[in-house]
Design a protein around this ligand. Structure first.
Ligand SMILES: [Zn+2]
Length: 232
């Protein structure tokens, strides 16, 4: 990220080729790609440990999400795209078309929402229903929270209408790895493709892999991306 007094510019940190290599490495290690329902523990795939869930939070670029989705589709892989209609970077009209494109490529589509923790789970469920209808999504799909201001995942799960997206790595043994802000803060997935390892919960943001540079007014961007204020 580069900043001036009134704007910030964001640019990708990884390459499409690196993303394809990541997927192919999972395949070579005989990991199975699953969708969000697998995190609830209701279904027990044959080798539970060699699972990988690809969650993509779409909050910086709709075009990058389509490019990522195409790469996955070309490899026969389905992932979960969680769209953030409250992002100042991606207006809701762009997301409505995106929903159909992602679903057409065989992917699961849900929501990534900005939500005040004080409003609780019912408030978030209402917000999710509102946006699901506007974006043409089926109600009851996966929901995650953008930059939740809560102390730990168990607290987030209590707020979330799909709590298994958070409880899975508190009590379900999934290893959570995220490219948040363009860095693998908890290790790179390739380091965790090891025999006997945990199932992997890999959160990526398509922009960091397929995005073209974007410039945005600084106060609006940093209000939406508070984690950038924590960067060294
Ligand atoms: Zn987010």
């Amino acid at each position: 990220m580069t900043e001036t007094s009134d704007s910030i510019e964001l640019a990708s940190r990884f390459t499409p080729g690196e993303y394809q290599e990541l997927l192919e490495s999972c395949r070579r290690a005989r990991y199975t790609f699953v969708l969000s329902g697998a995190l609830s523990g209701r279904s027990t795939p044959p080798d539970r440990r060699r699972l990988v869930w690809l969650r993509h939070d779409v909050e910086l670029s709709a075009d990058a999400a389509v490019e990522m989705a195409r790469v996955e589709h070309s490899l026969g892989i389905a992932a979960t795209y969680l769209l953030c209609p409250q992002s100042p970077f991606v207006p809701p009209p762009a997301l409505r078309g995106l929903t159909a494109r992602l679903a057409g490529l065989g992917h699961e589509v849900g929501l990534h929402l900005v939500h005040d923790a004080e409003d609780g789970r019912e408030g978030l469920r209402d917000l999710a229903d509102h946006w699901a209808e506007k974006l043409g999504l089926a109600p009851g799909g996966p929901v995650s929270l953008h930059a939740p201001r809560m102390r730990n995942a168990a607290e987030v799960a209590r707020r979330c209408p799909t709590p298994h997206l958070y409880t899975c790595y508190v009590s379900g043994g999934w290893r959570y790895l995220s490219d948040s802000t363009g860095n693998w803060r908890w290790g790179h997935p390739l380091e965790h493709l090891v025999p006997g390892g945990s199932p992997l919960y890999v959160l990526t943001h398509p922009f960091w892999w397929f995005g073209r540079p974007i410039r945005h007014p600084r106060p609006v961007a940093l209000d939406f991306l508070p984690q950038y204020n924590e960067e060294p």
